[in-house]
Design a protein around this ligand. Structure first.
Ligand code: HMG
Ligand code: MG
Length: 283
């Protein structure tokens, strides 16, 4: 039997958060429900951040309330602070994510805090989640390059990843937020990070701005990573990362993994349906 690689679907969150048109909640729910039928085990579909910072995500509670939950699927939400965590719990999120950065410039632009301040803000969230038995995922943005600070040192990425792991994150997702990572830079970053945290606790999160996301996923596979974030239909970007194009498209990652001999457990026909829905939602 071929080895399993999991795609963590982030389209309804990372994909949609950047869309200028306010997407009706019914459309978001239809997309999440289609993704649930496609066989994902984890779907990020909500973000309890300030509605002033990311208006598109303001209806996250309505999305979680309206979806048809597939048993065994974890519906995930971003929670930058305790206010977001409490809202996520009230809305019934199955897991939460705290999201930091390896570069000071992006940390400031995205969450209005230095890296050190952000880690202090995340700690109570991680503690509260752990106390309630809610899994906490971590993100580190700008793992190779920052739109404000330029190249990011691999040791700095390793340091922030180590801090999130120490707080109890069960998995830390490494974000090439602006998709400028070359395979060589990604490999050097992974070499440093793997000195702090084992591959089984890491995920790759590649935006596809320069069309190198699939190559970078192959580099990460060689380094032992077996979880990759992707957005159906290639939706996405980040409102606080100028120039960031969409996430790598889920259907492209699934197809490449199949060619490489890995199993994803996804129903490709339903995935194609979800991709069509996602593309229709794009502004
Ligand atoms: P701040 O302005 O410093 O927050 O923002 P504050 O604590 O001073 O509060 C200011 C106001 O925001 C207050 O309201 C708070 O109640 C409210 P007011 O009294 O002015 O009416 N507020 C909240 N409202 C709802 N939910 C909350 C919340 N917290 C405060 N959770 C803050 C700090 C973190 C809140 C803000 O900067 C923010 O929301 N940032 C989120 C930005 C974001 O969502 N970016 C996209 C996601 S990250 C990403 O896409 C990267 C990733 O995909 C990986 C990769 O690709 O690299 C994950
Ligand atoms: Mg992202």
């Amino acid at each position: 039997m071929s080895e399993r690689v999991e795609i963590f679907e982030v389209g309804p969150r990372d994909g949609l958060q950047n869309e200028a048109r306010q997407i009706p909640v019914a459309e978001k729910i239809a997309l999440v429900d289609c993704l649930g039928r496609a066989g994902f085990r984890r779907i990020e579909c909500a973000s309890f951040v300030s509605p002033k910072w990311v208006p598109q995500m303001a209806d996250s509670g309505d999305v979680l309330a309206g979806i048809t939950r597939v048993p065994g699927v974890s519906y995930a939400a971003l929670t930058p602070n305790m206010k977001g965590f409490e809202a996520a719990m009230a809305a019934g999120a199955d897991e939460v994510a705290i999201f930091g950065s390896a570069s000071e410039g992006f940390s400031r632009a995205n969450i209005n805090a230095s890296i050190a301040e952000s880690l202090e803000r995340f700690r109570p969230v991680a503690e509260a989640a752990t106390a309630r038995g809610v899994p906490v995922r971590g993100y580190v943005s700008c793992v190779v390059e920052c739109p404000y600070d330029g190249a990011v040192a691999p040791e700095e990425v390793a340091r922030v990843v180590g801090a999130l792991r120490e707080m109890g994150c069960y998995e830390i997702s490494l974000g090439d937020t602006i998709g400028r990572g070359t395979p060589e830079a990604v490999d050097a970053m992974l070499a440093a990070v793997l000195g702090a945290v084992p591959a089984a606790r890491l995920a790759g999160h590649f935006h596809d701005t320069a069309g190198r996301a699939l190559e970078n996923i192959e580099v990460a596979l060689e380094r032992g990573l077996r979880v990759f974030d992707a957005a159906v239909g290639g939706l996405g970007g980040c409102p606080y990362a100028p120039g960031a194009a969409g996430n790598v498209a889920t259907e492209a990652v699934a197809a490449r993994l199949e060619v490489l001999g890995y199993e994803t457990g996804l129903d490709m026909a339903v995935l194609e349906e979800a991709a069509a829905l996602a593309r229709a939602m794009r502004g």
